[in-house]
Design a protein around this ligand. Sequence first.
Ligand code: FEO
Length: 162
Amino acid sequence: MLSKKLEEALNKQINAEFWSAYLYLSMSSYLESEGLGGMALWMQKQFAEEQEHAMKLYNYVLDKGGKVLLQPIAAVETKWKGALDVFQATLKHEEFVTSLINDLCSLSVKEKDYSTKSFLLWFVNEQVEEEKNAREIIDKLKLIGKDGYGIYQFDKEMGQRK
Ligand code: FEO
C-alpha cells in the first residue's frame, strides 16, 4: 500500500521522467539540425532511458496497489547555443532531478514506507551516473573548443553509445 502523499509524489516523478525524455528528444532534434548526428543519437538513447525510468516508477506504483495518474507533459525548450550549451543544460537538469529523487527518499522515510525507500535507491545511484556522464561530456567539449576536426571526431564517438 502507498500513502496518498507518496502516491501523488511518485506520480509527479513519473511526469518528471517523461518530461526529461521529452527534453532530451528536443535536444536530439536540435543537435541533428546542427549537423551533430552522433550527439543526436546519444540524446535519443537518453530519451529512451528516461522513458524506462518513468516506466519503472509506473510499474512500482501499480505493484504497490496505487493508482497511476498520467498528467500532461509541459512544453520543453527547443533552442540552445551549441553542443556545450545543450550538455550544460543537461547537467543542470540532472542535478534538479537528483533533488527530486532526494525529496522522494525523504518523504518515503517520513511516511515510514521502507519498500519505497529501498526501491528509490536505484534512482539515487542512477543520478550519480547521469550527472557524471553530463560532466564528462562538458569537460571534453570544453577541451575541444572550436576545433572542427575535434568536434567531428567527438560527435562520431558519441554516436557509439550503447
Ligand atoms: Fe531519469 Fe536522467 O534521470
